[in-house]
Design a protein around this ligand. Structure first.
Ligand SMILES: C[S@@+](CC[C@H](N)C(=O)[O-])C[C@H]1O[C@@H](n2cnc3c(N)ncnc32)[C@H](O)[C@@H]1O
Length: 384
């Protein structure tokens, strides 16, 4: 079976969980860099990664990686890639996105047009034609140039993987589905432990947790751009991946996930989204202010994304809110609490230094993922 290298881009700071997911799927990791994990596998790897992965935005086929400091080098190196192995005669191909960081080549529009020209030249020679109809399937490329190192990826996903198909309604400043899943996976939470999101908004964190708990593959109900590609004929492999996804769903999970929000409209949205995701029966949503948060349960988890005072006029309110968070946390001494926030003084107003403060990037925004670790539950006799 022919093998390729695949790239899974992820949020900066979440590489460890992205890598773990790929290893769980059984593929060999070849490189872990800031914001992306590269792995090796056949066409099955592309299909299974697209269907099963929660923490990446897309799966790219790594077409090439080389150094380039001039447009001539970029042109020649791009032309030397065997594009005819990936792109059929009628394929529509273009550089959809180019990024350049700390590199000599920085004009992204020039990078895009020079690479397209190089590909046209190559394919003209190989297919012995002078003109391409480009009326077949789409083959979009993504290129990143970091410190003069060019990496070219052929996008196999299309619409970003965070579009799971369930979030029809959304609030201001939601976390993406991929980031929410990554946050949950950065904690030791498992489906048999209580989980509360007291600022649930449109329900992303509780819904992603319920999907993780029930082992529902996030991509099993959507389409991917590469499904129809004639070059690799992946249709059968995609079908197999979806069959596999159906087989591994766990249907008898306890319902231990709760989502609260002060805004009743958010609760309605969260409930509708959970229904679309097929997990409404295992999440309890309710309108509630964080100051009223309490639980008789022990050893649960809070994983949450509170407001962080984006606007200047919100700043005072945010200080009060984080003080309230600190007060309710004190009443949950056996619980483990995790907060993603862009509020620099979060720990100060919570009134306690976090056990761990991980820097994460939510797009371009720097955020902190604060961990307040609770004690481990006592062992039940006879339990391994
Ligand atoms: C950043 S949003 C959460 C977005 C959510 N993670 C999502 O993906 O949709 C913060 C949420 O906190 C809620 N909120 C604000 N003040 C609150 C309070 N005092 N108690 C509970 N919820 C509050 C807002 O209504 C908003 O939905």
């Amino acid at each position: 079976m022919q093998e390729f290298e695949w790239i899974a881009p992820c949020h900066f700071g979440t590489e460890a969980v992205c890598k773990k997911e790929i290893m769980k799927l059984g593929y060999e990791i070849t490189e872990v860099e800031d914001g992306k994990v590269t792995f090796r596998g056949g066409i099955d790897a592309m299909c299974r990664a697209n269907v099963f992965m929660r923490t990446t935005e897309r799966i790219l086929l790594k077409a090439a990686s080389f150094e380039a400091t001039t447009f001539e080098e970029l042109f020649q190196n791009t032309k030397s890639i065997p594009w005819e192995e990936f792109i059929p005669r009628d394929g529509r191909f273009w550089v959809k996105k180019a990024n350049s960081v700390k590199s000599k080549l920085f004009s992204t529009s020039d990078i895009q047009s020079i690479m397209k020209k190089a590909m046209v030249e190559r394919l003209k020679e190989k297919y012995r034609v002078s003109w391409f109809p480009e009326d077949g399937e789409d083959y979009p490329l993504r290129v990143t140039i970091i410190k003069d190192k060019v990496t070219i990826g052929l996008d196999t996903t299309g619409e970003s993987l965070h579009k799971r198909g369930y979030r029809k309604w959304t609030v201001k400043a939601p976390v993406t589905e991929t980031l929410a899943a990554s946050l949950i996976m950065l904690t030791p939470w498992k489906y048999d432990r209580y989980l509360i999101d007291p600022f649930c908004g449109s329900g992303t964190i509780p819904i992603e947790a319920a999907m993780i708990g029930a082992n529902i593959a996030p991509g099993m109900n959507r389409h991917f751009i590469s499904e129809k590609w004639t070059s690799f004929n992946p249709g059968f492999q995609y079908k197999r991946a979806v069959e596999e996804a159906k087989d591994v769903i766990i249907r008898d999970n306890p319902c231990l996930i709760q989502g609260f929000d002060i805004d009743g409209e958010c609760i309605k949205m969260a409930m509708a989204n959970a229904e679309l995701a097929g997990v409404d029966d295992c999440i309890h949503f309710q309108k509630r202010a964080v100051k009223d948060l309490s639980s008789k349960r022990q050893y649960g988890f809070v994983i949450t994304n509170p407001p962080y005072g984006e606007r200047l006029e919100d700043k005072e309110g945010v200080k009060k809110l984080y003080t309230e968070i600190g007060q309710v946390f004190k009443e949950l001494p056996t619980w483990s609490k995790y907060i993603i926030t862009a509020f620099d003084d979060a720990e100060k107003y919570i009134g306690k230094k976090a056990d761990k403060n991980r820097k994460l990037y939510n797009g371009m925004m720097k955020t902190y993922f604060l961990s307040y670790m609770g004690p481990k539950p006592p062992r039940v006799p006879g339990e391994k």
